[in-house]
Design a protein around this ligand. Structure first.
Ligand code: PLP
Ligand code: ZN
Length: 396
């Protein structure tokens, strides 16, 4: 075993552990999923010596401020474009809907390439660079491909991106501009995933499909650390998250666990809400039916392309977080998302992604149903910029 305690970044990474069967994998080697049971792997850190909160005070305002809890060992391998430490912005004008609640956005739209995918991809590309990878491939619904293309360009690594043909043009153009090899697929992200699987094996590419690679999760978990820091270590009561593959939801939850181990927060947790598109509502169905895994569910096109994930690889972990947190799951239609997007733009001055807009609609429904109670603090994660989706929005 490599000893990571004394390193340039101070990363406390210990190993990669399977959350399902407990099998431990060497973090110094290239890993994808659990070698025994094929589950997503979780990076585990050695928190025994602790880490004091005040040390954060002098850190840069990006996600690498938490570098001790990220997997990169040598500073020189960090591939960053300033991702993370995104603002928390309260609802200012639509108060007739929020009434007795404080409701906030965590606005991820200002990240490099316009979405929170930058966080996961920054971590994964950095670690791939550290492990000597020369080509990275991914299936994507749009934003992950653009982020990979940009960070790979920055790292001097070749990127290969498989994207559904139906994705708006901006998502394709950015990949090409960043120099990635883009392949358009007549199908959904699962079809892209199958192709990437086959061709990666054939060509020796390293693939970073959602939650089949351990470190995108680590990048996305930094949202959890930021939320705690920005809310002065008192977590919100409810967090709404637009769920595609579920990386952010699982990552935020993992961060809360880690911070409790560090003694930074107590055991109180937000209720986590997975919001899906009506087109791909397999998690909602499984949650309501009390099932532990979801069924393949694809109702076709949705304006929220990030939510068109018919069968999340880590469905088991997503459902576990929802239940452990006393959370819930609900699906929103394209019509509702589009109306919510316009309402937020016109009244709040934010052009959010349709995925984020789904949360605003979900908030209203949960408040009407009194699932969200008076006095509770609610946080919605706007995962991306609406500017990339204008092709899908009728402006009139
Ligand atoms: C990818 C994506 C999502 C879904 O994220 P997961 O981590 O896959 O659940 C939500 N919104 C946007 C804008 C995305 O790009
Ligand atoms: Zn396992």
């Amino acid at each position: 075993m490599v000893n990571y305690i004394q390193t340039e970044t101070g990363s406390l990474l210990k190993n990669l552990t399977c959350p399902e069967c407990g099998n431990i994998h060497d973090a110094a080697a290239l890993n994808t999923v659990c070698k025994k049971c094929a589950s997503t792997l979780f990076a585990v850190y050695d928190f025994t010596d602790g880490f004091s909160k005040p040390l954060l005070a002098n850190r840069q305002a990006n996600m690498w401020r938490y570098k001790e809890f990220l997997p990169v060992v040598n500073e020189k391998n960090i591939v960053t474009l300033g991702e993370g430490m995104t603002p928390v912005i309260p609802i200012a004008n639509l108060k007739q809907f929020t009434v007795a609640n404080n409701v906030f956005w965590k606005d991820e739209s200002g990240n490099p390439t316009g979405s929170f995918k930058a966080r996961g991809i920054s971590a994964a590309v950095s670690k791939a660079k550290e492990l000597g990878i020369d080509t990275i491939a991914t299936p994507t619904a749009g934003n992950a491909g653009g982020a990979l293309a940009a960070y790979a360009a920055r790292a001097g690594i070749k990127a290969v991106v498989y994207m559904p043909q139906q994705t708006p043009g901006v998502f394709k153009d950015e990949c090409r501009l960043y120099g990635a090899e883009l392949v358009e697929v007549a199908g959904n992200i699962n079809d892209c995933g199958k192709l990437v699987n086959e061709l990666s094996a054939l060509n020796g590419w390293f693939q970073i499909s959602t939650l089949k690679e351990p470190y995108r999760l680590e990048g996305k978990k930094t949202m959890g650390y930021e939320i705690a820091e920005q809310f002065n270590w008192e977590l919100p009561d409810v967090i709404l998250y637009p769920t595609g593959g579920g990386t952010g939801l699982i990552g935020i939850w993992k961060a809360f666990d880690e911070m409790q181990q560090l003694g930074w927060i107590g055991s109180k947790r937000p209720r986590m809400v997975a919001v899906q598109s009506e087109s791909c509502n397999g998690i909602v169905s499984a949650f309501n039916a009390g099932l532990q895994i979801s069924e393949f569910t694809d109702g076709g096109f949705t304006i929220a392309n990030g939510l068109r994930v018919p069968k999340p690889y880590a469905d088991k972990q997503i459902l576990r977080v929802l239940r452990e947190s006393n959370g819930t799951a609900l699906a929103i239609s394209d019509l509702e998302m589009s109306a919510a997007l316009k309402e937020i733009a016109r009244h709040e001055g934010m052009l959010i992604a349709p995925e984020g807009a789904a949360l605003w609609q979900a908030f209203k429904k949960l408040k009407d149903a009194q699932w969200i109670k008076d006095g509770e603090n609610v946080l919605m994660i706007n995962t991306g910029s609406g500017y990339k989706y204008l092709e899908n929005i009728e402006v009139g």
